[in-house]
Ligand binder design. Structure first.
Ligand SMILES: [Fe+2]
Ligand SMILES: [Fe+2]
Length: 199
């Protein structure tokens, strides 16, 4: 039987990452996505817990190097700047995560695997491992919650209803069957909670 997960195993990393989580609502996105990563790991026991959980915690810390208005303007609008800024936040996230994980005493192999997932997590067309797939799914799943719709609809300059309709079309982009089911169920709950059948 698998031993119960010690969630305080990552406390030092959370504390070290905290200054970098105060942009782009990452202090909301990351804890919620971390919870989804834990759920997905329980369903995929062959994945590496440390790599997946550290990668989900740190994948977006690179956004801290950019101004929020700039992020909304360039990171979520149409056009080339979107991919430029997305690549930059991936590269900065790799650099910061290596430094932060080294400082908190993680082994080199884990640091390299985490950086590998952070590199291209938004812009690389394909996931290169199960760990990578689970991180990608946990990253997306938070948006299907009421909290995620409330936050991200503003980034996309949409109403909650319009954004929920956009999310419907994005379920196919989710990698694993388990996560697609979670996304479908969560979005239905969000639609009810936000009364999207009326407004
Ligand atoms: Fe990202
Ligand atoms: Fe993210």
């Amino acid at each position: 039987m698998t031993p119960p997960v010690r969630i305080d195993r990552y406390d030092a990393v959370w504390r070290a990452a905290e200054p970098y989580l105060r942009s782009r609502k990452n202090d909301v996105h990351i804890p919620i996505s971390f919870g989804y990563a834990c759920k997905l790991l329980d369903l995929h026991l062959e994945a590496d817990r440390d790599i997946v959980l550290l990668a989900i915690m740190l994948h977006d810390i690179g956004w801290s190097a950019f101004d929020m208005a700039d992020i909304v303007e360039r990171g979520f609008g149409p056009g080339k700047m979107q991919s430029d800024l997305r690549v930059l936040h991936e590269k900065e996230g790799m650099r910061l995560s290596r430094e932060l994980l080294g400082r908190t005493g993680w082994p080199k192999t884990i640091i390299a695997a985490v950086a590998d997932i952070i590199d291209g997590h938004d812009t690389r067309p394909r996931a290169h491992s199960l760990d990578d797939r689970l991180v990608r799914d946990a990253d997306k799943l938070w948006r299907f919650t009421t909290t995620g719709v409330s936050v991200a609809c503003d980034w996309f300059r949409k109403t909650p209803h319009q954004y929920a309709d956009q999310l419907d079309t994005e379920i196919v982009l989710i990698e694993t069957e388990a996560a697609r089911k979670i996304a479908t169920d969560d979005l239905a709950k969000t639609r009810t909670e936000l009364m999207l059948h009326i407004i």
